[in-house]
Design a protein around this ligand. Structure first.
Ligand SMILES: Cc1ncc(COP(=O)(O)O)c(C=O)c1O
Length: 407
């Protein structure tokens, strides 16, 4: 008798959805495709040779590096991060406040494991990064959503929503926000909003998860203090990653936060993967400790600023201004486009026929919505592709524009 394998699936497995980003990325792999889909860095600037030089650490410390590692992180990388983050987070970061993870996506997964029981609530922006709402969903979280505007998360009405949940005896596990160069919306939370959000969280006793992997990819304007800094570090867990500032193949991320949360997340991580890959952490540590990370950041910024400019120029050139609005990010990877009278599904079909790939807005709305929006990543495509791909999107929008509007 054969086993009905799908009948074995847990509720968690049934709740999980394939990532829309990865689904679209399949089309991006087709020959001749132009991809604005996945948030991939530009492969042409990966510091391959410099990274390779760090492999000598295997000869120097191989017996330690090839062994199981500390769950909290490989010591030389943890020391580097404590030193590197201290001025950037506005307070001394100790090893007890740091956890090195297998990508920063794991920070959210561990925080969910640490704080979410089925039926609990998480406050998220709308739209928000779908990779992380997926881990909240499979844990059975309910979503309280707050819209996003040019200043980041809109806080009007949030206290009332919190009070309603708390009055009914519900638990709000945390507020999840991407304050800087938002994925997918491209906007950055203003200093005033940051202060207000921290004040709201403190007033109602709610933890904040600040997901900040794009903070150091800033094209213009001044760096803003993290929520972690504004709060004083007791009610915010702040996640960072080497994915967007070095290479995502390293799968090394981190978080800093209150010791009690970091400790429980570390304990939970023991049964997830024991530790982030020690080999990978060691290579990242070698690269960073030689001062190369700080030298590499301006190269990333220059490359992506140019690509952002090229994509924006192409959007202005090819998209009918009255049919499409878009955000102008001062950093990060993404531009968010809204086409109020055109359904993104129709647009995607037309663009896929012409091998131009991007991610629809809907999966970024955990409670539904976003049918007239989509996300474009500008970092991965070549300059020629940026122009050619946006031209295709512009043509498709014109073809789909209702005839009455064209008259
Ligand atoms: C907002 C946000 N958080 C987390 C991640 C996951 O990054 P990592 O590669 O560090 O797991 C991404 C990746 O695109 C992201 O955009």
């Amino acid at each position: 008798m054969s086993i009905d394998l799908t009948a074995l699936f847990s509720k968690t497995a049934r709740a999980v959805r394939p990532s829309a980003i990865r689904e679209m990325a399949k089309h991006a792999a087709e020959p001749g495709a132009i991809s604005f889909a996945r948030g991939d860095p530009a492969p042409e600037i990966f510091p391959v040779e410099e990274f390779y030089e760090g492999t000598k650490v295997l000869l120097e410390r191989g017996r330690e590096i090839l062994q199981y590692g500390n769950t909290a992180g490989y010591a030389p990388l943890a020391d580097f991060l404590c030193g590197w983050l201290t001025p950037r987070m506005g307070r001394t970061i100790t090893r007890e406040q740091l956890l090195i993870t297998s990508g920063s996506g794991q920070v959210c997964d561990l925080l969910v494991r640490a704080t979410v029981d089925r039926g609990d609530f998480v406050i998220v922006e709308e739209p928000t990064f779908l990779g992380n709402t997926n881990s909240m969903r499979v844990a059975g979280a309910n979503f309280i959503t707050a819209p996003v505007d040019e200043q980041g998360m809109v806080l009007d009405g949030l206290p009332e929503k919190i009070e309603a949940v708390q009055r009914a005896g519900g638990k709000i596990s945390f507020i999840y926000t991407i304050p800087t160069f938002h994925n997918p919306a491209g906007v950055t939370m203003s200093l005033e909003r940051r202060r207000q959000l921290v004040a709201i969280a403190q007033k109602y006793g709610i933890l904040i998860m600040e997901d900040d992997p794009y903070r150091f990819v800033r094209f213009e304007g001044d760096d803003l203090p993290s929520l972690y800094e504004l709060d004083g570090g007791s009610g915010v867990i702040s996640a960072g990653s080497f994915s967007k500032i070095l290479a995502p193949g390293t799968r090394v991320g981190w978080c800093v936060g209150p010791e009690a949360i970091v400790r429980i997340m570390t304990t939970l991580k023991q049964s997830v993967d024991s530790s982030a890959s020690v080999v990978s952490q060691a290579l990242v540590a070698e690269y960073c400790r030689s001062g190369r990370l700080d030298a590499f950041l301006p190269k990333i910024v220059a490359n992506y600023r140019r690509k952002r400019d090229l994509m924006e120029a192409a959007l202005r050139r090819y998209l009918p201004a009255d049919e499409a609005q878009w955000t102008c990010p001062s950093g990060g990877f993404f531009i968010w486009i809204t086409t109020p009278r055109i359904k993104t599904d129709d647009l995607i079909k037309k663009c896929l026929e012409r091998k131009v790939v991007f991610v629809p807005g809907e999966p970024f709305y955990p409670n539904g919505g976003g049918e007239h929006s989509f996300r474009l990543c500008f970092t991965f495509a070549t300059p020629d592709q940026l122009d050619a791909g946006i031209r295709v999107i512009g043509e498709a929008i014109r073809e789909l524009t209702p005839v009455t509007a064209q008259a």
